[in-house]
Design a protein around this ligand. Structure first.
Ligand code: HEC
Ligand code: HEC
Ligand code: HEC
Ligand code: HEC
Ligand code: HEC
Length: 419
């Protein structure tokens, strides 16, 4: 298996015309948001150009650690987010197998994973064996940018002009400025768009004629959200993923986030000397889109009987998968059991009591990276990766290690020992 499928997946999902596809009318108040965002996310992004002469080196640097000297909370939160790790080994390994000079080929991935033109330049240098991010000023953080993923400047900076949300009303007013004093990065342009879900659609929604399987776009989070009761209650992507404007972006990889969006119950566990029964349910109560939204994770609901040594008895296992599973070459959808907001999945366990059974285990496992795990395995086994193979092996290990248990109950069965 080559890396073609993933390329196909995303290359077909170019979002250049995304904002027109959301069909916003001219007289709509969101029209100005749409106009701003179509400029802000015009791919490929342009170079920042010359920094204003009044900028000290710290403000010229595009390195997140430079922003972080004045915005430490945002830096710390961002560093723990997947946006900061968007150029992980899974991505780097695939880039390494591309033609070093083919910027268009790199762009198919970089435009969401590391969108700045300055990052794209560095990718060419890095793939051609050159050195990147050499800082002339020792004290100004200015490391390579290409491997830092979706950096602050990727969302906030265009032509050396900072764009951000309107001032947080919860904060004390800015200290009055001396007219001649230099304001850091010459202040900023407040934009409604930063508080709107459309901001996130630039990378979390394919355009209407993008790659689809079984009549459904491969990436459809924004549209799923628009149809959700949460959207009607006024909850944006930011309200759940950036609470109090914090740059956390936790999702399926984080247990607490997943638990905040679902209700789990286990009912009717009963047994007699012939049968065991129990109903495990999982409801999407507060995820503002499908659970899960992408084709990459898998949620496994399972029940299995255990013997006196707590060993699983394989023949007694029953499972219910909640996922949109697609073939590795992305040519087919195998099934789609994801939960729209309000929907419930049931595992109605009914099985003969095994003679060795002492207890029964009900469990929900989250596998955030199943599609990638299988894709890396297939790519490595086929030998189609050349320079990237070692890096992809690391990506495979990470994908295997991200599995965790969302819910678990071990129930001792009251067994009647009389014949
Ligand atoms: C020398 C310090 C300094 C540096 C470096 C700096 N900023 Fe700022 N930034 C500020 C100050 C001060 C404000 C105004 C805060 C206020 O009014 O409360 C600000 C405001 C902002 C805002 C608007 C906040 C809002 O309420 O909407 C954003 C966004 C922002 N900066 C992003 C960045 C990014 C991204 C970088 C790096 C490319 C950066 N800043 C580098 C000091 C700095
Ligand atoms: C420039 C493109 C881009 C923009 C804009 C963007 N994202 Fe992302 N986002 C990504 C990429 C790429 C990843 C995957 C990073 C990785 O794992 O390699 C991601 C990952 C995430 C995740 C983590 C998913 C998980 O698997 O746990 C969440 C949550 C998220 N984004 C929410 C948002 C929200 C909310 C916004 C809007 C405020 C937003 N994103 C804007 C590109 C973007
Ligand atoms: C439209 C935006 C977009 C484009 C373009 C895009 N990705 Fe992603 N990618 C995402 C998002 C969002 C996630 C996180 C959700 C998920 O896991 O599906 C992600 C996750 C990944 C991951 C798993 C997380 C990680 O960092 O290991 C890999 C690998 C990946 N993408 C590879 C690629 C490659 C290779 C390309 C180019 C051929 C590409 N992507 C193009 C949005 C994009
Ligand atoms: C994925 C895009 C994205 C990235 C990356 C990003 N931000 Fe933001 N930032 C936002 C959005 C969206 C908001 C507004 C959130 C809201 O209004 O709920 C915001 C708000 C802010 C604010 C205003 C905070 C407040 O409390 O008013 C500052 C300052 C800021 N960002 C700085 C940074 C810095 C520094 C980094 C890097 C360490 C960074 N941002 C990375 C999208 C991003
Ligand atoms: C009402 C809260 C809520 C809203 C609104 C919301 N999300 Fe989520 N989101 C969650 C929860 C909870 C999860 C974890 C469960 C899951 O993965 O579906 C999640 C997971 C994710 C993931 C992880 C990948 C996956 O396959 O699930 C991404 C990416 C994401 N959200 C992006 C977005 C974007 C973009 C928007 C806006 C268009 C948005 N979310 C709106 C609560 C919300």
């Amino acid at each position: 298996m080559s890396r073609l499928p993933i390329k196909f997946l995303f290359a077909c999902g170019f979002v250049f015309t995304l904002l027109t596809s959301t069909a916003i009318a001219d007289n709509d108040p969101s029209a100005s948001i749409s106009t701003f965002l179509s400029r802000h996310w015009q791919r490929p992004l342009q170079h920042q150009g010359e920094a204003p002469v009044s900028f000290p080196a710290l403000e010229v640097s595009l390195d997140p650690r430079a922003c972080g000297t004045c915005h430490p909370q945002q830096l710390q939160d961002w560093q723990g987010s997947l946006h900061a790790h968007a150029m992980g080994p899974g991505l780097l390994g695939q880039l390494m197998d591309m033609n070093p000079a083919d910027r268009a080929e790199h762009q198919a991935c970089l435009h969401c994973h590391a969108p700045l033109a300055e990052q794209a330049d560095e990718v060419v240098t890095w793939l051609s064996g050159g050195e990147t991010g050499i800082s002339p000023e020792g004290s100004v953080p200015n490391g390579p940018l290409y491997n830092q993923g979706l950096i602050c400047a990727g969302c906030h900076l265009r032509n050396y002009q900072i764009h951000g949300p309107h001032r947080n009303k919860a904060l004390p007013p800015s200290p009055p400025l001396n007219e001649n004093a230099h304001q850091p990065h010459n202040g900023w342009q407040p934009q409604d768009a930063f508080e709107s879900s459309v901001f996130c659609a630039a990378c979390h929604q394919f355009e209407a004629d993008g790659y689809a399987l079984n009549g459904k776009l491969l990436e459809n989070t924004f549209e799923e959200w628009k149809a959700s009761p949460q959207a009607k209650e006024g909850k944006s992507c930011q309200s759940c993923h950036m609470p109090d404007r914090r740059h956390l972006w936790r999702g399926i990889h984080d247990k607490a986030t997943v638990l905040s969006g679902v209700r789990i119950s286990l009912d009717g566990v009963e047994t007699n000397n012939e049968k065991v029964r129990g109903i495990l349910t999982l409801t999407n109560t507060e995820v503002g889109h499908r659970f899960p939204t992408y084709v990459t994770p898998r949620v496994v609901m399972e029940a299995i009987q255990l013997d006196s040594l707590n060993q699983q008895i394989p023949v007694t296992r029953q499972v219910q998968i909640v996922a949109r599973q697609v073939s590795l070459d992305l040519s087919r959808e195998l099934f789609d059991t994801r939960l729209a907001p309000g929907e419930t999945a049931h595992l109605d366990y009914q099985a003969p009591l095994h003679p060795d059974t002492q207890s029964i285990l009900f469990r929900i496992q989250i596998e955030p990276d199943t599609f990638y795990r299988d894709f890396y395995r297939a790519t490595l086994n086929s030998g189609s990766s050349d320079k990237g193979a070692e890096t992809l092996r690391l990506a495979l290990q990470n994908a295997e290690a991200s599995v965790y248990t969302l819910f678990r109950r071990d129930i001792q069965l009251e067994l009647n020992s009389e014949p």
